[in-house]
Design a protein around this ligand. Structure first.
Ligand code: ADP
Length: 249
């Protein structure tokens, strides 16, 4: 089933069916939110024990340190999935609440995100350029916009091989404010592009896992954009690179 039922399709359905779909949707959202929340506490406890075991293994050669490292790495992955599911639930729940009319300084936001990505950029020896129209502010929710831009910037870094180039832009064009991330990465074949914003959809599951992906980043991005009355455009060519563009009106 598609991620969201089109309004045009909903309009054609009998009201009792629409009501039934809405109830099921609510149940699905509640279930995901509750399960994610319930998993958080035991996982935190497990991670605490594993951290203690890893520390112990540093001084005790009889303990299987590399095994503890593997368990720890997978726990971190699980933690990221849970946090992303909770973020998605929050955004979906807030759907009816208007985003606040606070003005976000995108200049500061983008510089903060790129700075936090610096260790990864250095490790991959990539060059990242940021072009910003500094006077251009955006009305919206600071935390959600941080999550949106950061998902797209980190994806560009993750899916671009070592020594690749990434260009981040924030500018105005006509009535639109535009955020763009362009990379010289692995690219995406056209047939996969329409499905990228579905939950857990990955073109290459192995590669996504290896780079710490949860498969939820673009689903989160899509919902944040809906809330900010923006939309996403994706242009990509396999083995050449991708361009992710967010348009805000
Ligand atoms: P993930 O956590 O796997 O990165 P996302 O929802 O952020 O999940 O992205 C979904 C999929 O879209 C990724 O698994 C990857 O296959 C593809 N993708 C996203 N961004 C890029 C990019 N800049 N270049 C190539 N592929 C990308």
């Amino acid at each position: 089933m598609s991620e969201q039922l089109d309004d045009a399709i909903i309009d054609k359905l009998p009201p009792e069916i629409v009501e039934h779909i809405e109830i099921l949707e609510r149940m699905r959202k509640d279930f995901v939110a509750n399960v994610s929340h319930e998993l958080r506490t035991p996982l935190t406890v497990i991670m605490g024990y594993i951290e203690a075991l890893r520390d112990e293994a540093k001084t005790n050669p009889h303990l299987p340190g590399p095994l503890f490292d593997k368990i720890y790495k997978q726990s971190l992955r699980m933690q990221s999935i849970i946090e992303d599911l909770l973020a998605l639930s929050r955004i979906e729940t807030n759907k009816q609440i208007a985003v606040s009319d606070e003005t976000v300084d995108v200049n500061i936001l983008l510089n903060t995100i790129v700075q936090s990505a610096e260790p990864l950029i250095q490790r991959k020896q990539q060059s990242v350029t940021v072009e910003i129209e500094t006077s251009l502010k955006l009305a919206g929710n600071q935390e959600e916009l941080h999550s949106l831009f950061s998902n797209l910037i980190f994806n560009a870094i993750k899916y671009t091989p070592d020594a690749g180039r990434i260009n981040v832009r924030w500018y105005a064009k006509g009535a639109d404010c535009i955020f763009e991330v362009q990379d010289t990465g692995i690219g995406i074949a056209p047939k996969y592009i329409p499905r990228l914003t579905e939950r857990f959809y990955r073109v290459d599951k192995g590669r996504s896992r290896e780079s710490g992906g949860t498969g939820l980043g673009l689903a989160i991005a899509k919902h944040i954009l809906i809330r900010h009355k923006g939309h996403l455009e994706i242009e990509s060519e396999e083995d050449k690179g991708s361009l992710f563009r967010c348009l805000f009106r």
